[in-house]
Design a protein around this ligand. Structure first.
Ligand SMILES: Cc1ncc(COP(=O)(O)O)c(C=O)c1O
Length: 391
Protein backbone atom coordinates (compact mmCIF):
# COMPACT_ATOMS: atom_id res chain seq x y z
CA UNK A 1 0.00 0.00 0.00
CA UNK A 2 1.62 3.22 -1.17
CA UNK A 3 -1.29 5.46 -0.38
CA UNK A 4 -5.02 5.03 -0.12
CA UNK A 5 -8.14 6.97 0.70
CA UNK A 6 -10.30 5.01 3.09
CA UNK A 7 -13.93 5.91 2.64
CA UNK A 8 -16.37 5.16 5.42
CA UNK A 9 -19.64 4.67 3.58
CA UNK A 10 -21.55 4.34 6.85
CA UNK A 11 -20.52 7.91 7.61
CA UNK A 12 -22.13 9.02 4.35
CA UNK A 13 -25.32 7.06 5.10
CA UNK A 14 -25.46 8.65 8.55
CA UNK A 15 -24.60 12.15 7.33
CA UNK A 16 -27.39 12.11 4.77
CA UNK A 17 -29.77 10.72 7.37
CA UNK A 18 -28.72 13.54 9.72
CA UNK A 19 -29.42 16.10 7.01
CA UNK A 20 -32.79 14.52 6.33
CA UNK A 21 -33.69 14.75 10.00
CA UNK A 22 -32.78 18.44 9.95
CA UNK A 23 -34.84 19.50 6.94
CA UNK A 24 -38.26 18.14 7.84
CA UNK A 25 -40.47 17.68 4.80
CA UNK A 26 -37.92 18.95 2.29
CA UNK A 27 -36.31 16.32 0.10
CA UNK A 28 -32.53 15.81 0.05
CA UNK A 29 -30.27 15.83 -2.96
CA UNK A 30 -26.80 14.37 -2.43
CA UNK A 31 -24.40 16.24 -4.69
CA UNK A 32 -22.05 13.61 -6.09
CA UNK A 33 -20.33 15.62 -8.81
CA UNK A 34 -16.56 15.60 -9.18
CA UNK A 35 -16.26 11.96 -8.18
CA UNK A 36 -18.31 12.65 -5.06
CA UNK A 37 -15.88 15.37 -3.99
CA UNK A 38 -13.04 12.89 -4.46
CA UNK A 39 -14.67 10.10 -2.46
CA UNK A 40 -15.74 7.97 -5.45
CA UNK A 41 -19.06 8.67 -7.12
CA UNK A 42 -20.91 5.38 -7.46
CA UNK A 43 -20.29 3.92 -3.99
CA UNK A 44 -21.03 7.27 -2.37
CA UNK A 45 -24.19 7.70 -4.43
CA UNK A 46 -25.39 4.29 -3.23
CA UNK A 47 -24.58 5.21 0.35
CA UNK A 48 -26.41 8.50 -0.03
CA UNK A 49 -29.46 6.69 -1.38
CA UNK A 50 -29.29 4.35 1.64
CA UNK A 51 -29.22 7.42 3.88
CA UNK A 52 -32.42 8.63 2.27
CA UNK A 53 -31.34 10.94 -0.54
CA UNK A 54 -34.27 11.12 -2.95
CA UNK A 55 -32.14 13.03 -5.45
CA UNK A 56 -28.56 13.00 -6.71
CA UNK A 57 -26.91 16.04 -8.23
CA UNK A 58 -24.16 16.14 -10.83
CA UNK A 59 -22.45 18.98 -12.60
CA UNK A 60 -21.95 17.27 -15.96
CA UNK A 61 -24.00 14.80 -17.93
CA UNK A 62 -21.28 12.14 -18.08
CA UNK A 63 -21.55 11.86 -14.31
CA UNK A 64 -25.31 11.38 -14.49
CA UNK A 65 -24.98 8.78 -17.24
CA UNK A 66 -22.38 6.92 -15.16
CA UNK A 67 -24.90 6.78 -12.31
CA UNK A 68 -27.45 5.29 -14.68
CA UNK A 69 -24.89 2.81 -15.99
CA UNK A 70 -24.24 1.78 -12.39
CA UNK A 71 -27.91 1.04 -11.93
CA UNK A 72 -29.22 4.16 -10.21
CA UNK A 73 -32.82 4.67 -11.29
CA UNK A 74 -33.77 7.56 -8.98
CA UNK A 75 -34.00 11.27 -9.68
CA UNK A 76 -30.75 12.86 -10.86
CA UNK A 77 -30.32 16.54 -11.73
CA UNK A 78 -27.46 17.77 -13.93
CA UNK A 79 -26.76 21.46 -14.13
CA UNK A 80 -23.70 22.37 -16.14
CA UNK A 81 -24.32 22.29 -19.87
CA UNK A 82 -22.52 23.58 -22.92
CA UNK A 83 -23.83 24.00 -26.46
CA UNK A 84 -23.82 20.68 -28.33
CA UNK A 85 -23.77 18.73 -25.06
CA UNK A 86 -25.43 15.31 -24.63
CA UNK A 87 -28.94 16.61 -23.98
CA UNK A 88 -30.57 13.77 -25.89
CA UNK A 89 -28.69 11.13 -23.91
CA UNK A 90 -29.88 12.84 -20.74
CA UNK A 91 -33.50 12.83 -21.87
CA UNK A 92 -33.31 9.17 -22.83
CA UNK A 93 -31.68 8.36 -19.49
CA UNK A 94 -34.42 10.19 -17.59
CA UNK A 95 -32.00 12.74 -16.16
CA UNK A 96 -33.42 16.08 -15.00
CA UNK A 97 -31.85 18.97 -16.90
CA UNK A 98 -31.12 22.45 -15.58
CA UNK A 99 -31.78 25.23 -18.06
CA UNK A 100 -30.19 28.64 -17.52
CA UNK A 101 -30.93 30.27 -20.85
CA UNK A 102 -32.88 30.08 -24.06
CA UNK A 103 -30.07 28.43 -26.04
CA UNK A 104 -30.28 25.48 -23.65
CA UNK A 105 -34.08 25.40 -23.83
CA UNK A 106 -33.75 25.14 -27.62
CA UNK A 107 -31.33 22.23 -27.28
CA UNK A 108 -33.60 20.51 -24.75
CA UNK A 109 -36.57 20.84 -27.11
CA UNK A 110 -34.57 19.36 -29.99
CA UNK A 111 -33.35 16.53 -27.73
CA UNK A 112 -36.87 15.76 -26.51
CA UNK A 113 -38.15 15.68 -30.06
CA UNK A 114 -35.36 13.30 -31.09
CA UNK A 115 -35.88 11.10 -28.05
CA UNK A 116 -39.63 11.05 -28.49
CA UNK A 117 -40.33 11.97 -24.89
CA UNK A 118 -40.52 15.15 -22.84
CA UNK A 119 -37.44 16.42 -21.00
CA UNK A 120 -37.67 17.16 -17.29
CA UNK A 121 -36.48 20.70 -16.82
CA UNK A 122 -35.43 22.86 -13.86
CA UNK A 123 -35.23 26.56 -14.70
CA UNK A 124 -32.26 28.14 -12.96
CA UNK A 125 -32.48 31.69 -11.71
CA UNK A 126 -29.44 33.86 -11.14
CA UNK A 127 -30.62 35.62 -7.99
CA UNK A 128 -27.25 37.20 -7.32
CA UNK A 129 -24.51 34.59 -7.59
CA UNK A 130 -23.51 36.01 -10.94
CA UNK A 131 -22.44 32.67 -12.30
CA UNK A 132 -24.81 30.34 -14.15
CA UNK A 133 -28.56 30.93 -14.17
CA UNK A 134 -30.99 33.25 -15.91
CA UNK A 135 -31.01 36.91 -14.89
CA UNK A 136 -34.28 38.45 -13.70
CA UNK A 137 -34.39 40.46 -16.93
CA UNK A 138 -34.28 37.36 -19.14
CA UNK A 139 -36.53 35.29 -16.90
CA UNK A 140 -39.88 36.14 -18.55
CA UNK A 141 -38.73 34.98 -21.97
CA UNK A 142 -37.13 31.82 -20.55
CA UNK A 143 -40.32 30.99 -18.63
CA UNK A 144 -42.31 31.66 -21.78
CA UNK A 145 -40.09 29.35 -23.87
CA UNK A 146 -40.28 26.63 -21.23
CA UNK A 147 -44.07 26.82 -21.02
CA UNK A 148 -44.31 26.68 -24.80
CA UNK A 149 -42.15 23.54 -24.84
CA UNK A 150 -44.36 22.10 -22.12
CA UNK A 151 -47.50 22.87 -24.12
CA UNK A 152 -45.90 21.12 -27.10
CA UNK A 153 -45.31 18.01 -24.98
CA UNK A 154 -41.53 18.40 -25.17
CA UNK A 155 -40.75 19.50 -21.60
CA UNK A 156 -42.07 19.15 -18.09
CA UNK A 157 -41.00 22.12 -16.03
CA UNK A 158 -40.53 20.37 -12.70
CA UNK A 159 -38.06 22.62 -10.92
CA UNK A 160 -37.29 26.26 -10.20
CA UNK A 161 -33.97 26.82 -8.53
CA UNK A 162 -31.05 29.03 -7.65
CA UNK A 163 -27.72 28.97 -5.80
CA UNK A 164 -26.30 31.16 -3.03
CA UNK A 165 -23.10 33.16 -3.25
CA UNK A 166 -22.40 33.53 0.48
CA UNK A 167 -24.50 31.07 2.46
CA UNK A 168 -21.36 30.16 4.40
CA UNK A 169 -21.26 33.70 5.83
CA UNK A 170 -24.43 34.05 7.90
CA UNK A 171 -25.75 37.59 7.79
CA UNK A 172 -23.90 38.42 4.59
CA UNK A 173 -25.77 41.25 2.89
CA UNK A 174 -26.26 39.21 -0.30
CA UNK A 175 -28.34 36.51 1.40
CA UNK A 176 -31.65 38.27 2.05
CA UNK A 177 -31.75 39.89 -1.43
CA UNK A 178 -31.02 36.52 -3.05
CA UNK A 179 -33.86 34.90 -1.13
CA UNK A 180 -36.22 37.76 -2.02
CA UNK A 181 -35.24 37.60 -5.68
CA UNK A 182 -35.77 33.84 -5.72
CA UNK A 183 -39.23 34.20 -4.23
CA UNK A 184 -40.05 36.86 -6.81
CA UNK A 185 -38.79 34.80 -9.75
CA UNK A 186 -40.61 31.69 -8.50
CA UNK A 187 -43.75 33.77 -8.02
CA UNK A 188 -43.51 35.12 -11.55
CA UNK A 189 -43.10 31.64 -13.05
CA UNK A 190 -45.99 30.26 -11.01
CA UNK A 191 -48.22 33.16 -12.01
CA UNK A 192 -47.42 32.29 -15.62
CA UNK A 193 -48.56 28.72 -15.06
CA UNK A 194 -45.45 26.81 -13.98
CA UNK A 195 -46.31 24.24 -11.31
CA UNK A 196 -42.92 23.15 -9.96
CA UNK A 197 -42.52 19.89 -8.15
CA UNK A 198 -39.45 21.30 -6.38
CA UNK A 199 -38.13 24.78 -5.63
CA UNK A 200 -34.59 24.60 -4.34
CA UNK A 201 -31.77 26.88 -3.32
CA UNK A 202 -29.89 25.54 -0.29
CA UNK A 203 -26.37 24.11 -0.43
CA UNK A 204 -24.73 22.62 2.70
CA UNK A 205 -24.27 25.86 4.65
CA UNK A 206 -27.80 27.04 3.89
CA UNK A 207 -29.13 23.59 4.76
CA UNK A 208 -27.36 23.64 8.13
CA UNK A 209 -27.95 27.28 9.03
CA UNK A 210 -30.97 28.68 7.14
CA UNK A 211 -34.25 26.76 7.44
CA UNK A 212 -35.98 29.54 5.51
CA UNK A 213 -33.93 28.50 2.47
CA UNK A 214 -34.93 24.83 2.47
CA UNK A 215 -38.01 25.16 0.23
CA UNK A 216 -38.90 21.70 -1.22
CA UNK A 217 -35.40 20.29 -1.65
CA UNK A 218 -31.90 20.89 -0.28
CA UNK A 219 -28.73 20.10 -2.22
CA UNK A 220 -25.92 18.94 0.04
CA UNK A 221 -22.44 18.14 -1.12
CA UNK A 222 -19.84 18.75 1.57
CA UNK A 223 -22.08 17.93 4.53
CA UNK A 224 -22.78 14.51 3.06
CA UNK A 225 -19.07 13.76 3.16
CA UNK A 226 -19.03 14.82 6.80
CA UNK A 227 -17.09 18.07 6.54
CA UNK A 228 -18.28 21.39 7.89
CA UNK A 229 -18.96 24.10 5.32
CA UNK A 230 -18.78 26.68 8.10
CA UNK A 231 -15.76 25.67 10.20
CA UNK A 232 -15.69 28.99 12.05
CA UNK A 233 -19.21 28.31 13.31
CA UNK A 234 -19.00 24.60 14.00
CA UNK A 235 -17.11 21.45 13.21
CA UNK A 236 -18.66 18.30 11.77
CA UNK A 237 -19.73 16.93 15.16
CA UNK A 238 -21.60 20.16 15.95
CA UNK A 239 -23.86 19.38 13.00
CA UNK A 240 -24.11 15.64 13.64
CA UNK A 241 -21.69 14.85 10.80
CA UNK A 242 -18.70 12.53 10.55
CA UNK A 243 -15.91 12.89 7.96
CA UNK A 244 -15.95 9.96 5.55
CA UNK A 245 -12.42 10.15 4.15
CA UNK A 246 -9.14 9.13 5.77
CA UNK A 247 -6.04 9.57 3.62
CA UNK A 248 -3.16 7.29 4.57
CA UNK A 249 0.20 6.31 3.14
CA UNK A 250 3.08 4.01 4.04
CA UNK A 251 6.55 5.34 4.74
CA UNK A 252 8.76 4.51 1.77
CA UNK A 253 12.11 5.45 3.33
CA UNK A 254 13.46 6.33 6.76
CA UNK A 255 16.98 7.60 7.24
CA UNK A 256 19.29 9.54 9.53
CA UNK A 257 20.85 12.68 8.09
CA UNK A 258 23.38 15.11 9.57
CA UNK A 259 22.67 18.72 10.55
CA UNK A 260 22.55 21.01 7.53
CA UNK A 261 21.15 18.37 5.16
CA UNK A 262 18.73 19.96 2.68
CA UNK A 263 15.39 18.34 1.90
CA UNK A 264 13.57 18.12 -1.45
CA UNK A 265 13.64 20.55 -4.35
CA UNK A 266 15.05 23.98 -3.66
CA UNK A 267 16.20 22.88 -0.21
CA UNK A 268 13.26 24.78 1.23
CA UNK A 269 13.88 22.95 4.51
CA UNK A 270 17.31 22.26 6.01
CA UNK A 271 17.86 19.94 8.96
CA UNK A 272 18.71 22.13 11.97
CA UNK A 273 20.51 19.19 13.62
CA UNK A 274 21.10 15.52 13.03
CA UNK A 275 17.67 14.01 12.52
CA UNK A 276 15.58 11.22 11.03
CA UNK A 277 13.72 11.89 7.79
CA UNK A 278 10.74 9.83 6.63
CA UNK A 279 9.56 9.70 3.03
CA UNK A 280 5.83 9.79 2.29
CA UNK A 281 5.18 8.50 -1.24
CA UNK A 282 2.42 10.89 -2.32
CA UNK A 283 2.76 14.22 -4.05
CA UNK A 284 0.98 16.77 -6.12
CA UNK A 285 0.23 14.18 -8.79
CA UNK A 286 -1.98 12.58 -6.15
CA UNK A 287 -3.62 15.87 -5.28
CA UNK A 288 -1.42 16.83 -2.35
CA UNK A 289 -1.22 20.61 -2.75
CA UNK A 290 2.28 21.92 -3.44
CA UNK A 291 1.29 24.76 -1.12
CA UNK A 292 1.40 22.15 1.66
CA UNK A 293 5.21 22.42 1.50
CA UNK A 294 6.57 23.20 4.96
CA UNK A 295 3.10 23.82 6.43
CA UNK A 296 0.68 20.87 6.31
CA UNK A 297 0.38 18.43 9.23
CA UNK A 298 0.55 14.63 9.16
CA UNK A 299 0.33 12.02 11.91
CA UNK A 300 3.35 9.75 11.87
CA UNK A 301 5.34 7.90 14.53
CA UNK A 302 2.80 8.84 17.18
CA UNK A 303 2.81 12.58 16.66
CA UNK A 304 1.47 15.28 14.38
CA UNK A 305 4.37 16.78 12.43
CA UNK A 306 4.72 19.32 9.68
CA UNK A 307 5.85 18.48 6.16
CA UNK A 308 9.55 19.32 5.74
CA UNK A 309 10.47 20.94 2.46
CA UNK A 310 8.66 21.00 -0.83
CA UNK A 311 5.93 18.61 -1.86
CA UNK A 312 7.14 17.07 -5.12
CA UNK A 313 5.10 15.36 -7.81
CA UNK A 314 5.09 11.97 -6.10
CA UNK A 315 6.52 12.37 -2.62
CA UNK A 316 7.25 14.54 0.38
CA UNK A 317 9.35 14.29 3.53
CA UNK A 318 8.62 14.55 7.23
CA UNK A 319 11.17 15.29 9.93
CA UNK A 320 10.89 12.79 12.80
CA UNK A 321 13.65 14.27 14.97
CA UNK A 322 14.92 11.44 17.16
CA UNK A 323 11.68 9.47 17.09
CA UNK A 324 11.68 6.04 15.60
CA UNK A 325 9.81 4.76 12.60
CA UNK A 326 10.22 2.04 10.04
CA UNK A 327 9.67 1.74 6.37
CA UNK A 328 6.07 0.64 5.90
CA UNK A 329 4.74 2.47 8.95
CA UNK A 330 1.41 4.17 8.41
CA UNK A 331 1.14 7.93 7.98
CA UNK A 332 -2.26 9.54 8.30
CA UNK A 333 -2.46 12.73 6.30
CA UNK A 334 -5.98 13.54 7.39
CA UNK A 335 -9.12 11.87 8.66
CA UNK A 336 -11.98 12.42 11.08
CA UNK A 337 -9.48 13.40 13.79
CA UNK A 338 -10.55 10.82 16.34
CA UNK A 339 -7.15 9.13 16.39
CA UNK A 340 -5.35 12.42 16.85
CA UNK A 341 -4.74 12.82 13.13
CA UNK A 342 -5.18 16.15 11.32
CA UNK A 343 -8.45 16.77 9.53
CA UNK A 344 -9.10 17.95 5.99
CA UNK A 345 -10.04 21.26 7.60
CA UNK A 346 -6.59 21.42 9.28
CA UNK A 347 -5.05 20.93 5.85
CA UNK A 348 -7.29 23.61 4.38
CA UNK A 349 -6.20 26.10 7.03
CA UNK A 350 -2.52 25.19 6.61
CA UNK A 351 -2.67 25.52 2.84
CA UNK A 352 -5.00 28.52 2.64
CA UNK A 353 -7.94 26.86 0.95
CA UNK A 354 -11.22 25.13 1.88
CA UNK A 355 -11.76 21.51 2.85
CA UNK A 356 -13.84 21.08 -0.32
CA UNK A 357 -10.66 21.43 -2.35
CA UNK A 358 -8.51 19.21 -0.13
CA UNK A 359 -10.73 16.16 -0.63
CA UNK A 360 -11.93 16.85 -4.18
CA UNK A 361 -8.47 17.29 -5.65
CA UNK A 362 -7.36 13.81 -4.58
CA UNK A 363 -6.01 12.19 -7.72
CA UNK A 364 -7.01 9.10 -9.68
CA UNK A 365 -3.77 7.37 -8.66
CA UNK A 366 -4.92 7.07 -5.05
CA UNK A 367 -7.10 3.98 -4.58
CA UNK A 368 -10.38 4.54 -2.77
CA UNK A 369 -10.98 1.68 -0.37
CA UNK A 370 -14.47 1.39 1.04
CA UNK A 371 -15.82 0.19 4.35
CA UNK A 372 -19.31 0.06 5.75
CA UNK A 373 -22.57 0.07 3.84
CA UNK A 374 -22.42 -1.27 0.32
CA UNK A 375 -18.63 -1.62 0.54
CA UNK A 376 -18.64 -5.04 -1.09
CA UNK A 377 -20.24 -3.56 -4.19
CA UNK A 378 -17.97 -0.55 -4.24
CA UNK A 379 -15.36 -0.10 -6.91
CA UNK A 380 -12.12 -0.23 -4.97
CA UNK A 381 -9.86 -0.40 -7.98
CA UNK A 382 -9.00 3.16 -7.29
CA UNK A 383 -8.44 4.51 -10.72
CA UNK A 384 -11.75 6.22 -11.14
CA UNK A 385 -14.88 5.35 -9.29
CA UNK A 386 -17.13 7.44 -11.52
CA UNK A 387 -17.48 4.74 -14.10
CA UNK A 388 -16.36 7.24 -16.70
CA UNK A 389 -12.98 7.16 -18.39
CA UNK A 390 -10.25 8.24 -16.02
CA UNK A 391 -8.98 11.67 -17.02
C1 LIG B 1 -25.46 24.11 -7.83
C2 LIG B 1 -24.88 23.48 -6.63
N1 LIG B 1 -25.70 23.08 -5.65
C3 LIG B 1 -25.23 22.50 -4.52
C4 LIG B 1 -23.89 22.34 -4.33
C5 LIG B 1 -23.40 21.70 -3.06
O1 LIG B 1 -22.66 22.62 -2.30
P1 LIG B 1 -22.14 22.18 -0.86
O2 LIG B 1 -21.01 21.26 -1.10
O3 LIG B 1 -21.74 23.44 -0.19
O4 LIG B 1 -23.28 21.52 -0.20
C6 LIG B 1 -23.00 22.76 -5.32
C7 LIG B 1 -21.56 22.63 -5.12
O5 LIG B 1 -20.73 23.36 -5.54
C8 LIG B 1 -23.52 23.34 -6.50
O6 LIG B 1 -22.70 23.74 -7.48
Amino acid sequence: MRAQARIDLDAIVDNIAAVRARVGSAAVMAVVKSNAYGHGMVPCARAARSGGAQWLGTAVVEEALALRAAGDTGRVLTWLWAPGDRFEDAVRADVDISVSGEWAMDEVVAAARAAGRPARVHLKADTGLGRNGCTPGQWPSLVDAALKAQADGLADVVGLWSHFACADEPGHPSIAPQLAEFRAMVGYAEDCGVTPEVRHMANSPATLLMPEAHFDLVRVGLAGYGLSPVPDIGGPADFGLRPAMTLVASLANVKRVPAGHGVSYGHAWIAPRETTLALVPTGYADGIPRHASNVAPVLVAGRVRTIAGRVAMDQFVVDLGDDEAEVGDEVILFGPGDRGEPTAEDWAVAVGTISYEIVTRLGARVPRVYSGADASEADATGTDATGTDAT
